[in-house]
Design a binder for this molecule. Sequence first.
Ligand code: 4AD
Length: 567
Amino acid sequence: MSLEAKVASVSLEDKSTPAVYINENTGVDAKTQDGSQAQPYQSAAFALYALGPELSASTTLKVFKEDQYETISPSALKKARKGSDGIAKKLEKAAKQAELAESKRAQDAEKLQAAKAIVFTEDPSLPAPKVIKLHQATENRGVRVKINGWVHRFRAQKGMVFMVLRDGSGFLQCLLTGDLANAYTTQTLTLESTISIYGVINPVLEGQTAPGGHELIADFYQVYGLAPAGEDAITNKVQENADPSLLLDQRHLTLRGETLSAVMKVRASLLRSFRKFYDENHVTEVTPPCMVQTQVEGGSTLFGFDYYGEKAYLTQSSQLYLETCVPALGDVYCIQESFRAERSHTRRHLSEYTHIEAELGFLDFDQFLSHIEDVICSSVDSVLADPIAGPLVKQLNPNFVAPARPFMRMAYADAIEWLKEHNIPNEEGKPFQFGDDIAEAAERKMTDMINKPILLTRFPLEIKSFYMKKCHDDPRVTESVDVLMPNVGEIVGGSMRIDNLDELIAGFEREGIKTDPYYWFLDLRKYGTFPHGGYGLGTERILAWLCDRFTVRECSLYPRFSGRCKP
Ligand code: 4AD
């Protein structure tokens, strides 16, 4: 009798014949069971499938219901017969697939074995290659070149290999055919291996796309360093949707990705652009110390350390040192790391960030604000005009539009009114009042709603730093400014500086800071005081805005924030 016939002939009830037991709760659908009360199946369908060959025509199926075994109902038996057919088909299919996979594995192993016999060597009759970097690819089309780089992508297809090579200066599609594609070395080549590849770069055919619009037809390559395969393969180490903290542990590898490396290229271009602007405007670069014994932006965010037995700190801002340079060098700037012991885990706070700071002499508040607009707009324009960084900004932030001058100017008092009108509460959940600090959440809401750069000015004395100059027309407020950008919020903080000695000492007293360690800073107000102002701009914050990154952590090479100081 066939299996189907046996299964079909299982009866409903016959007390004198053997029974097969099914218990949904304690049963197991596995061939290790025998269908006895001690070893019941979980489903009737599986019981029929499993016992098919051994079932006698009169076997009864008993199903456990509430507290006893009952004979299966006719409808349940019908359903079980169908289910049993399904299981048989499914398992048959799985067995076929396993067989196919095994045969493919065997074929692949055979091919790999055969590939060992294929060796490729450089054809000595070919012209000597010109060694180039990938940024020089276009101007070197048509000649034989040698390029060193990392295997960024790899796809083998019908005896051909399409590989994307990366050398840090660009990407290049490479095509390997014949022995070059079939050789064991190629068949076992892994992503992130370093190779030197030889061949001729040609434009790709119309309708085809490749980085730079061309590809290298390879005639030879050598492996310099083979990256791991299997468990340690780069694709296992760095997975796109992995937990951010795991990706940060692998930052040295994630940096090689297209997005992060693009942000870092834009970053380099942005810093270059700032330097270019300062250079063109006769602002001199200086390098103030990072180890200091003074504070600038409040004691609560100072990182302290022992300096040969004396208390010292990592600098929060180079501002005070920059101020001292103006009488010696004229307008000055620095691009220096600043350190903040921030406990807050926000998307815009780092413990270490690259601070672009400038200090300018003999200008008024209005000229100062215009300078800030100029430095931001000119630097952004330079990045966009940069042949490498410009397209990367487009790729990272397709909707980016360079901001127009002048920026919207809004006094703090008007911002308070705006926040009240828009029912945005202060940190205590109450309507804003003059004198409240506009904390990150409210500031971001306002900036995002206005959706353009804002120069937020004239903050009250009490919520700003000790060195800020009071406004002539309203001594409650200061000649201070924060530049706010959509999606990020504050990217610049700056002010005109108090240039009167007594007023400055009063500022120190207001903040409860002892003046002794600041003698050199106070001297500035004695030895030829002068009107001046300055600002600090967070590189990672302006980048987060420019490259549309969710957090400043994506804009720092190896970000530091509370809980992370590695790798
Ligand atoms: O507003 P801040 O604290 O101002 C100063 O340090 C002034 N002494 C600068 C000066 O006038 N020379 O910081 C200036 C900018 C902020 O607008 C922000 O962009 C950035 O530095 N910044 C931070 N960036 C990342 N992480 C942090 N924890 C930051 N703190 C400030």
